[in-house]
Design a protein around this ligand. Structure first.
Ligand SMILES: NC(=O)c1ccc[n+]([C@@H]2O[C@H](COP(=O)([O-])OP(=O)(O)OC[C@H]3O[C@@H](n4cnc5c(N)ncnc54)[C@H](OP(=O)(O)O)[C@@H]3O)[C@@H](O)[C@H]2O)c1
Length: 255
């Protein structure tokens, strides 16, 4: 029986990963801050799918807590076969804001935690000769929309680098770059979504199903849905000044 550890597994995209992994019979380790919500999610998953679900309450902004999760990933007595580095949030603050706190928080949770957990999982999985890591990046990482874009661009480059480092070891690494998905993400970050056309919204379950199929075939980059693959192909091949201009327009429509 395989075991998957999902950070941010209580809501949105992470919860969709938890449901689909449980549905295929994987045991789960769920990580998030809200301990009561973790227990509720675990109880629902045990009841619905009959799998073992462990909860590990942790604030991934706190380095010590990240190291506790890393210890769980390297515990040789309870191997983890799949790590989903998913926990994250939008950042809607100007880079020139006198308080850099929100940006530092984003770096702590979406860069430092991803780095420490990816390294720990990669080491343990390489030792066993199999395993998979999924790092949730974003299509925003191909654009230039503030620290969120910069952080997610880091996640993409980091994942491709980790995939190279682990190439041939039996361990795969996949960067998932979703477009817009209706979750708690936008409300939590106070991002206005009324200007986003309906066609650009993705369903979390469909997105995760595509991603897991990509993981199964060892894809390094997963961009779910044909429309986002086409859009991102255009963005990645467009002149950078055009990408910056489009990013400026998009950013101002969401303030
Ligand atoms: N929704 C989108 O449109 C979209 C698009 C592209 C990429 N993404 C990425 O997808 C990932 C998941 O986002 P989502 O849309 O599913 O958001 P969500 O519904 O707000 O869920 C976020 C999850 O992360 C956990 N979390 C947040 N901060 C945490 C922390 N400091 N320590 C531990 N856990 C933490 C939350 O639980 P607690 O609050 O209990 O900690 C929750 O389980 C993120 O990395 C996001 O950047 C989202």
């Amino acid at each position: 029986m395989a075991t998957a550890l999902v950070t941010g597994g209580t809501s949105g995209i992470g919860a969709a990963f938890a449901r689909q992994l449980a549905a295929r019979g994987d045991a789960l380790v769920l990580v998030a801050r809200d301990a009561a919500r973790l227990e509720e999610s675990a109880a629902r998953l045990r009841e619905a799918y009959g799998v073992e679900v462990e909860v590990l309450p942790a604030d991934l902004a706190d380095r010590g807590s990240v190291l506790r999760v890393a210890d769980r990933l390297t515990d040789v007595t309870r191997p983890v076969d799949l790590l989903v580095n998913n926990a994250g949030f939008g950042v809607h603050h100007a880079l020139t804001d006198p308080d850099p706190g929100p940006h530092e928080h984003a770096v702590d949770v979406m860069i430092r935690a991803v780095l420490l957990l990816g390294g720990a999982a990669g080491r343990a999985m390489r030792e066993r000769g199999h395993g998979a890591v999924v790092n949730v990046a974003s299509t925003a990482g191909f654009m230039t929309m503030g620290s969120y874009s910069a952080v997610k661009a880091w996640v993409m480059t980091y994942s491709e680098s980790l995939a190279n480092e682990l190439h041939g070891t039996g361990v795969t690494v996949t960067a998932l770059a979703p477009g817009w998905v209706r979750t708690e993400f936008h409300e939590r970050a106070a991002i206005r979504t009324s200007s986003i056309p309906e066609v650009l919204w993705l369903d979390a379950d469909a997105l995760v199903a595509e991603c897991l199929a990509d993981v199964a075939r060892g894809a390094v980059v997963s961009i779910p849905s044909r429309r986002y693959r086409a859009l991102m192909w255009a963005v990645r091949h467009a002149p950078r000044p055009a990408v910056r201009a489009a990013s400026r327009r998009l950013s101002s429509s969401r303030h």
